[in-house]
Ligand binder design. Structure first.
Ligand code: URA
Length: 245
């Protein structure tokens, strides 16, 4: 993904965008060995960008970014008046001295899956901004069979008490019996982030949720993680994510 150079420099904590433009204008920034000009774009995951001949610092030096496989039974907030376990209980050992991490958005108590935690407020705001339309993919087991008409209604958008949902990508993944009951596993990709949105969408078409799991958020997946485990983002993941800033 290519971005304007001043945005890339700002995302790496080099300078504000305005000050980064000045650095570019002064000829101090090179891309793959060639002096860059104002307005130039680059792909920080592919191109070699240097300032005064030195490579840019890796993005992770400025903030902490953790990817957690949230299990069901944890609340997505920093504390809970009812004393329930919070997602921060799962990442305590990974928070730097004196640091504070916040979850980016929410997953319900009973929902599992991808949750990003960071102290980068600018990235958090960018990812949660409704205009950014960040993709979130969920898997859900529902009771019984799911008709094509219900899949179509979910895909077109359904009416909730806070208005119509945007069209979603929906597909049926599996169908089988979970013990004595028939269950169907659906995959839904949405870009809105309303409260309990997927559960409400499924209820609106008459489907009863057995479990709900977020399998992807802004391209980050659960790959390699077990429930309750977390890891730092790879440099490649982070570089891609910071382009949303
Ligand atoms: N939609 C829901 O219903 N619950 C979540 O936790 C996330 C999306």
């Amino acid at each position: 993904m290519t971005e304007r150079l001043q945005k890339i420099l700002a995302a790496r904590g080099i300078a504000s965008r305005r000050a980064a433009e000045k650095l570019i204008d002064e000829g101090r920034v090179t891309v793959n060995g060639r002096v860059a000009g104002l307005g130039d774009k680059a792909d920080p995951a592919q191109d070699e960008i240097r300032l005064d001949g030195k490579p840019l610092p890796p993005p992770s030096l400025t903030h902490t970014y953790l990817l957690l496989y949230k299990p069901a039974g944890y609340i997505t907030s920093v504390s809970d008046p009812r004393g329930r376990r919070t997602v921060l209980d799962l990442v305590r050992g990974q928070i730097p001295e004196g640091g504070r991490l916040y979850p980016v958005g929410r997953l319900d108590y009973a929902t599992s899956g991808v949750l990003l935690l960071t102290d980068d407020g600018e990235l958090t705001n960018a990812l949660l901004h409704p205009g950014r339309e960040i993709d979130k993919t969920y898997e859900s087991a529902v009771l019984g069979e799911v008709t094509a008409a219900k899949l179509q209604r979910l895909a077109r958008g359904v009416r909730l008490n806070d208005g119509m949902t945007a069209p979603a990508k929906v597909r049926q993944k599996r169908h089988g019996s979970g013990g004595s009951t028939t269950q169907t596993v659906l995959e839904l990709t949405i870009h809105e982030g309303r409260n309990r949105q997927v559960r409400r969408m499924l209820a609106a078409v008459g489907l009863e949720v057995v479990w709900l799991k977020r399998t992807s958020f802004a391209g980050l997946t659960l790959h390699g993680l077990k429930p309750g485990e977390c890891r730092e983002l790879t440099e490649e993941e982070l570089t891609r994510l910071l382009q949303y800033k």
